[in-house]
Structure formats: C-alpha cells, structure tokens
Ligand binder design. Structure first.
Ligand code: CIZ
Length: 304
C-alpha cells in the first residue's frame, strides 16, 4: 500500500491534480486526499482549487457536481459504477408528474440526485444546507426530493409542507441500517454514548437521537456536545474521519454493516490508474450542465 500511496503522490504532482474525497470513503482513500468533506464542502473547494485535474473520490453525483462547477477542467471519477441508489429514485418522469400536479411549488432537490434531476430543479441543497435554504423561501408548499426522510426533517423544523418526490425515496443504508433496531443494539453495546443521527434516517431514528445533522454538522457537534463517546448514525466511513479529528474520544458506527458499497468502490489502485491514464473523465451534455449549474449556484448562494 505504501508503494501505491507514493505513486499517487507522484502522479498528483506530475498531473497537477487535486483529490477530493467524501467523508464516507475508505480510510486509505481519505488519507491520500487533499481535501475530505461533505458534498457541499467538496463543491465549494472544487471551485477554488488551482489544479488541472480534479479526482473525485465519491459517488457519481459528486463527480458530476465537480464537473458542472469546473467545466474547463479534467474531472476524473475513478469508478463510474460508483452510483447512488437514492439518486436513482427521482426520475425525470416522476419530476414532470409532480410539476404538473403542483405547478406553483418550487422544486428543491437534494444533491444526492442525478444530473438530469438537477437540471429540472429550481434549487439544489445538501443535508447541511437544506434547513437554512428552505427556511429562506417564501413558499409554504415545496416539492422536495429524492429523500423522504430529509423532507420530514426539514418539514418538522420549518413548519412548511414538503411533498416528497417521490414519496418512497430513501438511502438503503440509512433507511434499513440506521433504523431504530440497529440504534437500540448500538446503544446497548456502547452504553452512555451520545447518539447522533443523519437526517436521511427514518423519523423514528431521528427522534431517538441526541443530535440530528449532516456529516459535517456531526463532526462539528462532537467538539461542542460534551461526552466521552459517540455513536454516529450514518455510513461507517465518518467514524474514521471523526476519530482522526478527535483522537481522545471513543467514536463508533452504529453497526459494522453500515457500509455504502458504492462509496467503497473507489480504491487506491483505481485512483492511481485514473491519474495515469486520465480516464474515466466525467463528460456531460452542455445544456444539462448549464441548467444544473443554475440550480446548484442558487442553492450555494442561499446556503451562505
Ligand atoms: O451531503 C453529503 O455529503 C452527504 C451525502 C451526506 C452528508 O451529510 O454529508
């Protein structure tokens, strides 16, 4: 592994490349990255880096966002099969049906969505920005997709009506493995720990939590909510990042099976190969990129 890391470091220099990694990536991928964060942070950093090549260690929609915000740079996604089942719930056909039924409601779309869905949306949010952005809107009825649990989280805190597009959209990891059943087992295994839960988790799990927030908000909250140990109710990669930031605290994922297989498809050897060959590059249709960029930028502006 040491050899591979050296090779990647060398390729980064020769290619003038920058590696962005999501908080859910494999530990060794997080360690080799120039920046690790959530998708909002990754999107912001992507626009500021002075690199010819951006490597996105994350799922497909994250690589697409990096390309949309950096259309003139080479954006590499080392494993194009790293997708997001949550994103796939919100198809253009479903969006059209809801738009027809609620022609006056804005469509606020979670960043975990396809480029086609983004291009049909008014505003793009992340789990870190959704609450702030929706609170700022004058509208009381809002179409929100594709995550029904995040819609519930925002609706309960803003008092607005968020119609989930589609009503069944969910992330399988959060829906089934950050469920009350696994959280109860985690609390039994680690008594006395604070329980943090991601808003992609079911309402019943959110109601059990000491804190509900995005990955970046959870990392911040560990520093603010005093405890000796924490259970992070989200994909297990975040616990690695958190332990690096807070070496004196005990931090656990809810269960060893809370793993997003798609996130873990990005490996060091794929990153090295990608930097060597400058493939696979993210290529998107111009009109899709332009429409998506408008919605993403509106969301970034409102998130300020
Ligand atoms: O926004 C992101 O990066 C995701 C997918 C989760 C989170 O809360 O950071």
């Amino acid at each position: 592994m040491e050899e591979l890391v050296k090779k990647i470091e060398e390729l980064k220099r020769t290619r003038n490349a920058f590696i962005l990694a999501h908080n859910y990536q494999l530990p060794e991928v997080q360690d080799v990255a120039d920046f690790v964060g959530d998708s909002l942070e990754m999107a912001r950093v992507a626009t500021q880096v002075d690199a010819d090549v951006i490597v996105v260690a994350g799922v497909r929609f994250m690589a697409e966002v990096a390309k949309v915000l950096n259309p003139d740079r080479i954006v590499l996604h080392p494993e194009p099969a790293s997708g997001c089942p949550l994103a796939d719930h919100m198809t253009p056909e479903i969006i059209k049906r809801f738009r027809e039924m609620y022609p006056h409601a804005p469509l606020v779309t979670y960043v975990n969505s396809t480029i086609e869905a983004k291009a049909l949306s008014d505003i793009i949010v992340t789990s870190a920005s959704a609450l702030k952005v929706v609170s700022k809107l004058d509208d009381e009825i809002i179409l929100f997709g594709p995550d029904k649990n995040l819609a519930w989280y925002v609706a309960t805190r803003t008092g607005k009506t968020l119609l989930a597009v589609p009503p069944w959209g969910h992330c399988p990891i959060h829906e089934y493995l950050v469920s009350p059943y696994y959280l109860r087992k985690a609390k039994e295994k680690h008594p006395g720990c604070k329980l943090f839960v991601h808003p992609e988790s079911p309402p019943e799990s959110q109601m059990m939590a000491d804190f509900v927030g995005s990955t970046s908000q959870m990392l911040k909250a560990i520093g603010e909510i005093e405890a000796s140990c924490y259970i992070l109710g989200t994909e297990e990669g975040l616990a690695y990042r958190a332990k690096k930031m807070y070496p004196d605290k005990d931090i656990f994922p809810p269960d060893s099976r809370t793993v997003c297989i798609d996130m873990k498809k990005i490996t060091l050897d794929k990153i090295a190969r990608s930097l060597e060959t400058l493939k696979p590059q993210v290529k998107l249709r111009k009109e899709l990129m332009e429409a998506a960029r408008e919605a993403i930028e509106r969301g970034l502006e409102l998130a300020k």
